[in-house]
Design a protein around this ligand. Sequence first.
Ligand code: IMP
Ligand code: MG
Length: 188
Amino acid sequence: MDLYTRHDDIKEVLYTPEQISARVEELGRTIAEDYREAMLAGEELVLVTLLCGAATFSSDLARAIEMPLILDYMNVSSYGNSTQSSGIVTIENDISTDVKGRHVILVEDIIDSGLTLKFMRKNMLARGPLSVEIATFLQKRREGQANVPCKYVGYECGDEFIVGYGLDYAGRYRNIPAICVLKPEVYS
Ligand code: IMP
Ligand code: MG
């Protein structure tokens, strides 16, 4: 932690690794309760993780959900190396799991414009699942965010650029174990 709080590019630590793991445990317990009936009825749950940002969150979340589930991953891109959403979402690698007749939770690291999840939710619904919900570790409070229903949100955050716990800027900072605000001078 010390190493990172003193890191020149980090403006501030928003959530420590201890806070993050407590919150993820809570989300896992809530999800397990919400899908209990479905599991007992023999229905299956698929966690669809949006790479690369949500990989860290989803591996912790999946282990906090104490019930059988299927983990799969997809690569979508909307950002490139800039800090503004392009609005164009492309699927670079799809899941191999058939979600038809199964429950889906889309796992995302952060919602900014909401365009990625708006697109992905529609895309998943078209595959004939029993249900589609969204779990995001962070949701930015900002103007003009697309209205996507997010059932599971770790934390809300301000309209700043966040790194750590899987979130990157130009591929870097993902391995910082805390959620941090990046100094604006790094990307401006
Ligand atoms: P949206 O489509 O604008 O909601 O953007 C969602 C994607 O943009 C996320 O999956 C992140 O990869 C990326 N993103 C948005 N805001 C941030 C941020 O503050 N830090 C790191 N990545 C971000
Ligand atoms: Mg992402």
